[in-house]
Design a protein around this ligand. Structure first.
Ligand code: FO1
Length: 310
Protein backbone atom coordinates (compact mmCIF):
# COMPACT_ATOMS: atom_id res chain seq x y z
CA UNK A 1 0.00 0.00 0.00
CA UNK A 2 3.00 2.29 -0.40
CA UNK A 3 2.12 5.74 -1.70
CA UNK A 4 4.32 8.40 -3.31
CA UNK A 5 3.20 12.05 -3.12
CA UNK A 6 4.71 14.97 -5.04
CA UNK A 7 4.31 18.26 -3.25
CA UNK A 8 5.34 21.89 -3.10
CA UNK A 9 4.59 24.12 -0.15
CA UNK A 10 1.39 25.14 1.49
CA UNK A 11 -1.52 23.52 -0.40
CA UNK A 12 0.35 20.31 -1.19
CA UNK A 13 1.62 20.02 2.37
CA UNK A 14 -1.94 19.97 3.73
CA UNK A 15 -2.84 16.94 1.59
CA UNK A 16 0.50 15.31 2.41
CA UNK A 17 -0.39 15.71 6.09
CA UNK A 18 -3.78 14.07 5.44
CA UNK A 19 -2.10 11.17 3.65
CA UNK A 20 0.36 10.84 6.53
CA UNK A 21 -2.55 10.53 8.99
CA UNK A 22 -4.51 7.90 7.02
CA UNK A 23 -1.60 5.69 5.91
CA UNK A 24 0.34 3.27 8.14
CA UNK A 25 3.78 4.52 9.23
CA UNK A 26 6.42 3.98 6.57
CA UNK A 27 3.90 3.65 3.72
CA UNK A 28 4.12 7.26 2.52
CA UNK A 29 7.01 8.93 0.70
CA UNK A 30 6.64 12.67 0.10
CA UNK A 31 8.86 14.25 -2.56
CA UNK A 32 9.46 17.96 -1.98
CA UNK A 33 10.06 20.62 -4.63
CA UNK A 34 13.42 22.32 -4.14
CA UNK A 35 13.14 24.87 -6.98
CA UNK A 36 12.22 27.52 -4.38
CA UNK A 37 15.53 26.99 -2.57
CA UNK A 38 17.95 29.88 -2.29
CA UNK A 39 20.92 31.24 -0.40
CA UNK A 40 20.00 34.19 1.82
CA UNK A 41 22.00 35.88 4.62
CA UNK A 42 24.60 33.16 4.05
CA UNK A 43 21.99 30.46 4.81
CA UNK A 44 20.80 27.62 2.55
CA UNK A 45 17.02 27.85 2.69
CA UNK A 46 14.65 25.12 1.42
CA UNK A 47 11.15 26.59 1.92
CA UNK A 48 9.02 23.73 0.57
CA UNK A 49 10.97 21.12 2.53
CA UNK A 50 10.47 23.23 5.65
CA UNK A 51 6.77 23.81 4.99
CA UNK A 52 6.39 20.03 4.64
CA UNK A 53 8.49 19.32 7.76
CA UNK A 54 6.49 21.74 9.91
CA UNK A 55 3.09 20.76 8.49
CA UNK A 56 3.72 16.99 8.75
CA UNK A 57 5.02 17.53 12.31
CA UNK A 58 1.97 19.64 13.22
CA UNK A 59 4.08 22.66 14.18
CA UNK A 60 3.32 24.82 11.14
CA UNK A 61 2.07 28.38 11.35
CA UNK A 62 -1.51 27.97 10.13
CA UNK A 63 -1.94 31.70 9.44
CA UNK A 64 1.10 32.08 7.16
CA UNK A 65 1.20 28.56 5.74
CA UNK A 66 4.99 28.72 6.09
CA UNK A 67 7.32 28.86 9.13
CA UNK A 68 6.59 27.59 12.63
CA UNK A 69 3.75 28.30 15.04
CA UNK A 70 4.30 30.22 18.30
CA UNK A 71 7.24 31.82 16.57
CA UNK A 72 9.27 34.72 18.03
CA UNK A 73 11.04 37.33 15.93
CA UNK A 74 13.96 38.56 18.04
CA UNK A 75 16.48 37.74 15.31
CA UNK A 76 14.58 39.70 12.66
CA UNK A 77 14.23 42.70 14.99
CA UNK A 78 17.94 42.69 15.78
CA UNK A 79 18.77 42.24 12.08
CA UNK A 80 16.63 45.26 11.21
CA UNK A 81 18.55 47.35 13.73
CA UNK A 82 21.78 46.33 12.01
CA UNK A 83 20.46 47.22 8.57
CA UNK A 84 20.28 43.60 7.40
CA UNK A 85 17.84 42.29 4.76
CA UNK A 86 14.46 41.65 6.39
CA UNK A 87 12.14 41.14 3.38
CA UNK A 88 12.30 37.36 3.89
CA UNK A 89 11.01 36.77 7.41
CA UNK A 90 12.99 34.23 9.45
CA UNK A 91 11.50 33.37 12.82
CA UNK A 92 13.81 32.42 15.71
CA UNK A 93 12.76 28.75 15.70
CA UNK A 94 12.79 28.55 11.90
CA UNK A 95 16.29 30.06 11.94
CA UNK A 96 17.58 26.94 13.72
CA UNK A 97 16.48 24.84 10.73
CA UNK A 98 18.36 27.04 8.28
CA UNK A 99 21.49 27.36 10.43
CA UNK A 100 21.74 23.62 11.08
CA UNK A 101 20.96 22.70 7.45
CA UNK A 102 23.59 25.18 6.22
CA UNK A 103 26.18 23.75 8.64
CA UNK A 104 25.56 20.16 7.56
CA UNK A 105 25.49 21.01 3.83
CA UNK A 106 28.79 22.87 4.23
CA UNK A 107 30.19 19.73 5.91
CA UNK A 108 29.32 17.85 2.70
CA UNK A 109 26.16 16.04 3.80
CA UNK A 110 23.51 15.61 1.07
CA UNK A 111 20.23 17.49 1.49
CA UNK A 112 18.30 14.20 1.46
CA UNK A 113 20.24 12.83 4.45
CA UNK A 114 19.77 16.06 6.42
CA UNK A 115 16.06 16.14 5.56
CA UNK A 116 15.58 12.51 6.64
CA UNK A 117 17.31 13.22 9.97
CA UNK A 118 15.20 16.33 10.58
CA UNK A 119 11.91 14.52 9.85
CA UNK A 120 12.83 11.68 12.21
CA UNK A 121 13.73 14.14 14.97
CA UNK A 122 10.36 15.85 14.42
CA UNK A 123 8.57 12.49 14.76
CA UNK A 124 7.25 12.36 11.21
CA UNK A 125 6.31 8.74 10.22
CA UNK A 126 6.53 9.44 6.46
CA UNK A 127 9.67 9.52 4.36
CA UNK A 128 10.36 13.10 3.18
CA UNK A 129 12.81 13.46 0.30
CA UNK A 130 14.01 16.44 -1.72
CA UNK A 131 13.27 15.96 -5.43
CA UNK A 132 17.04 16.13 -6.01
CA UNK A 133 20.27 16.73 -4.08
CA UNK A 134 21.52 18.82 -6.99
CA UNK A 135 21.00 22.54 -7.53
CA UNK A 136 17.77 23.38 -9.38
CA UNK A 137 16.40 26.94 -9.26
CA UNK A 138 13.03 28.18 -10.51
CA UNK A 139 13.52 31.45 -12.39
CA UNK A 140 10.86 33.63 -14.00
CA UNK A 141 11.11 35.90 -17.04
CA UNK A 142 8.86 38.83 -16.20
CA UNK A 143 8.19 42.39 -17.32
CA UNK A 144 10.82 43.30 -14.67
CA UNK A 145 13.36 40.97 -16.31
CA UNK A 146 14.56 37.55 -15.09
CA UNK A 147 13.85 37.03 -11.38
CA UNK A 148 14.89 34.39 -8.89
CA UNK A 149 11.92 32.69 -7.28
CA UNK A 150 11.90 34.28 -3.82
CA UNK A 151 12.56 37.71 -5.28
CA UNK A 152 9.42 37.27 -7.44
CA UNK A 153 7.29 35.46 -4.88
CA UNK A 154 8.11 37.24 -1.61
CA UNK A 155 10.00 40.45 -2.30
CA UNK A 156 7.77 41.49 -5.21
CA UNK A 157 4.69 39.64 -3.90
CA UNK A 158 4.21 37.79 -7.22
CA UNK A 159 3.17 41.09 -8.88
CA UNK A 160 5.42 41.17 -12.02
CA UNK A 161 3.72 39.74 -15.11
CA UNK A 162 5.21 36.32 -15.89
CA UNK A 163 6.17 35.48 -19.48
CA UNK A 164 8.22 32.29 -18.98
CA UNK A 165 9.30 29.98 -16.16
CA UNK A 166 12.48 27.86 -16.23
CA UNK A 167 14.02 25.39 -13.82
CA UNK A 168 17.70 26.23 -14.06
CA UNK A 169 19.89 23.15 -13.59
CA UNK A 170 17.07 20.60 -13.95
CA UNK A 171 18.46 19.03 -17.15
CA UNK A 172 21.78 18.27 -15.40
CA UNK A 173 20.22 17.28 -12.08
CA UNK A 174 19.51 13.73 -10.91
CA UNK A 175 16.30 12.87 -9.11
CA UNK A 176 17.18 11.87 -5.55
CA UNK A 177 17.96 8.19 -4.97
CA UNK A 178 14.98 7.74 -2.64
CA UNK A 179 12.69 9.42 -5.19
CA UNK A 180 13.84 7.09 -7.99
CA UNK A 181 13.62 4.08 -5.65
CA UNK A 182 10.03 4.99 -4.75
CA UNK A 183 9.14 5.36 -8.45
CA UNK A 184 10.60 1.92 -9.15
CA UNK A 185 8.93 0.31 -6.12
CA UNK A 186 6.66 -2.50 -7.39
CA UNK A 187 4.58 -2.36 -4.20
CA UNK A 188 3.65 1.25 -5.05
CA UNK A 189 -0.14 1.43 -4.99
CA UNK A 190 -0.68 5.10 -5.91
CA UNK A 191 1.18 8.24 -6.89
CA UNK A 192 -0.43 11.50 -5.77
CA UNK A 193 0.22 14.90 -7.37
CA UNK A 194 -0.73 17.20 -4.48
CA UNK A 195 -2.70 20.45 -5.09
CA UNK A 196 0.40 22.63 -5.32
CA UNK A 197 1.09 25.27 -7.93
CA UNK A 198 1.61 23.31 -11.19
CA UNK A 199 4.19 25.80 -12.55
CA UNK A 200 6.10 26.64 -9.38
CA UNK A 201 5.93 23.41 -7.38
CA UNK A 202 5.01 20.38 -9.51
CA UNK A 203 6.69 21.18 -12.86
CA UNK A 204 10.15 21.55 -11.24
CA UNK A 205 9.79 17.96 -9.99
CA UNK A 206 8.52 16.74 -13.40
CA UNK A 207 11.40 18.53 -15.14
CA UNK A 208 14.02 16.20 -13.65
CA UNK A 209 15.34 13.68 -16.20
CA UNK A 210 13.38 10.43 -16.18
CA UNK A 211 10.62 11.54 -13.79
CA UNK A 212 7.87 12.24 -16.31
CA UNK A 213 8.77 9.05 -18.20
CA UNK A 214 8.56 7.06 -14.95
CA UNK A 215 5.11 8.51 -14.25
CA UNK A 216 3.98 7.44 -17.72
CA UNK A 217 5.33 3.91 -17.31
CA UNK A 218 4.47 3.14 -13.69
CA UNK A 219 1.84 0.48 -12.97
CA UNK A 220 0.65 2.53 -10.00
CA UNK A 221 -2.33 4.81 -10.77
CA UNK A 222 -1.33 8.48 -10.84
CA UNK A 223 -3.89 10.78 -9.18
CA UNK A 224 -3.74 14.58 -9.27
CA UNK A 225 -5.79 16.95 -7.13
CA UNK A 226 -6.84 20.21 -8.75
CA UNK A 227 -5.21 23.30 -7.19
CA UNK A 228 -8.01 25.44 -8.66
CA UNK A 229 -11.43 25.65 -7.01
CA UNK A 230 -14.19 27.70 -8.60
CA UNK A 231 -11.81 29.51 -10.91
CA UNK A 232 -9.53 30.55 -8.07
CA UNK A 233 -6.35 29.23 -6.52
CA UNK A 234 -6.80 28.56 -2.82
CA UNK A 235 -3.58 30.47 -2.11
CA UNK A 236 -0.71 31.91 -4.12
CA UNK A 237 -0.27 33.08 -7.72
CA UNK A 238 -1.45 29.98 -9.62
CA UNK A 239 -4.49 31.70 -11.20
CA UNK A 240 -2.52 34.88 -11.98
CA UNK A 241 0.26 32.90 -13.69
CA UNK A 242 -2.24 30.83 -15.69
CA UNK A 243 -3.83 34.03 -16.99
CA UNK A 244 -0.44 35.58 -17.78
CA UNK A 245 0.62 32.42 -19.65
CA UNK A 246 -2.62 32.52 -21.64
CA UNK A 247 -4.22 29.49 -19.99
CA UNK A 248 -7.84 29.38 -18.82
CA UNK A 249 -8.00 29.41 -15.02
CA UNK A 250 -9.76 26.06 -14.77
CA UNK A 251 -9.15 22.65 -13.24
CA UNK A 252 -9.38 21.21 -16.78
CA UNK A 253 -6.40 23.29 -17.94
CA UNK A 254 -4.32 21.85 -15.10
CA UNK A 255 -5.44 18.27 -15.87
CA UNK A 256 -4.40 18.72 -19.51
CA UNK A 257 -0.87 19.61 -18.41
CA UNK A 258 -0.64 16.20 -16.73
CA UNK A 259 -2.55 14.31 -19.48
CA UNK A 260 0.41 12.16 -20.57
CA UNK A 261 0.62 10.37 -17.21
CA UNK A 262 -2.62 11.05 -15.35
CA UNK A 263 -5.02 8.20 -14.51
CA UNK A 264 -7.44 9.99 -12.20
CA UNK A 265 -8.20 13.65 -11.57
CA UNK A 266 -9.78 14.82 -8.30
CA UNK A 267 -11.61 18.13 -8.61
CA UNK A 268 -13.93 20.13 -6.40
CA UNK A 269 -17.69 19.58 -6.64
CA UNK A 270 -18.00 23.28 -7.53
CA UNK A 271 -16.18 22.58 -10.81
CA UNK A 272 -18.27 19.65 -12.07
CA UNK A 273 -19.07 21.44 -15.37
CA UNK A 274 -15.46 22.52 -15.85
CA UNK A 275 -14.20 18.94 -15.87
CA UNK A 276 -17.21 17.26 -17.50
CA UNK A 277 -15.53 16.49 -20.83
CA UNK A 278 -12.04 15.55 -19.64
CA UNK A 279 -10.59 12.40 -21.20
CA UNK A 280 -9.24 11.26 -17.82
CA UNK A 281 -11.66 9.82 -15.21
CA UNK A 282 -12.67 12.48 -12.68
CA UNK A 283 -13.63 12.12 -9.02
CA UNK A 284 -15.58 15.09 -7.61
CA UNK A 285 -15.30 15.84 -3.93
CA UNK A 286 -14.71 18.73 -1.53
CA UNK A 287 -11.08 19.68 -2.08
CA UNK A 288 -10.86 22.77 0.15
CA UNK A 289 -8.91 21.77 3.28
CA UNK A 290 -9.72 24.05 6.22
CA UNK A 291 -9.39 21.53 9.05
CA UNK A 292 -7.27 18.43 9.80
CA UNK A 293 -10.43 16.37 9.18
CA UNK A 294 -10.74 17.91 5.72
CA UNK A 295 -7.16 16.85 4.99
CA UNK A 296 -7.85 13.27 6.04
CA UNK A 297 -11.16 13.13 4.16
CA UNK A 298 -9.54 14.36 0.95
CA UNK A 299 -6.60 11.97 1.44
CA UNK A 300 -9.03 9.06 1.82
CA UNK A 301 -10.92 10.13 -1.32
CA UNK A 302 -7.67 10.45 -3.27
CA UNK A 303 -6.53 6.97 -2.25
CA UNK A 304 -9.92 5.40 -3.01
CA UNK A 305 -10.69 7.19 -6.30
CA UNK A 306 -11.20 4.59 -9.07
CA UNK A 307 -9.39 5.43 -12.27
CA UNK A 308 -8.63 4.02 -15.69
CA UNK A 309 -9.06 0.27 -15.61
CA UNK A 310 -9.39 0.12 -11.82
N1 FO1 B 1 6.67 33.71 2.22
C1 FO1 B 1 6.32 35.03 2.27
O1 FO1 B 1 5.39 35.43 1.57
N2 FO1 B 1 6.98 35.91 3.09
C2 FO1 B 1 8.02 35.54 3.87
O2 FO1 B 1 8.60 36.38 4.58
C3 FO1 B 1 8.40 34.15 3.87
C4 FO1 B 1 9.42 33.67 4.69
C5 FO1 B 1 9.68 32.29 4.70
C6 FO1 B 1 10.64 31.77 5.57
C7 FO1 B 1 10.91 30.42 5.57
C8 FO1 B 1 10.21 29.56 4.70
O3 FO1 B 1 10.45 28.23 4.71
C9 FO1 B 1 9.23 30.06 3.83
C10 FO1 B 1 8.97 31.43 3.82
N3 FO1 B 1 8.00 31.95 2.97
C11 FO1 B 1 7.67 33.28 3.01
C12 FO1 B 1 7.28 31.08 1.99
C13 FO1 B 1 8.23 30.82 0.82
O4 FO1 B 1 8.27 31.97 0.01
C14 FO1 B 1 7.85 29.60 -0.05
O5 FO1 B 1 8.66 29.55 -1.14
C15 FO1 B 1 6.37 29.60 -0.41
O6 FO1 B 1 5.79 28.88 0.61
C16 FO1 B 1 6.09 28.97 -1.75
O7 FO1 B 1 6.34 27.61 -1.69
Amino acid sequence: MSVLALSGGIGGAKLAAGLCRVLPPGELTVVANTGDDFEHLGLSISPDIDTLLYTLAGIDNADHGWGRREETWTFMGALETLGGETWFKLGDGDLATHVERTRRLAAGEPLSRITDDFRRRLGIPAQLVPMTDDRVRTRLRTEAGWLDFQDYFVRRRSSPVVREIVYAGAAEARASREFLAALADHTLSRIVICPSNPFLSIDPILSLPGVREALRCTQAPVVAVSPIIGGQAVKGPTAKIMTELGLPVSPAAVARRYADFLDIYVADEADADEVADLAVPVRLTRTLMLTPEDRQTLATAVLAAPGRGL
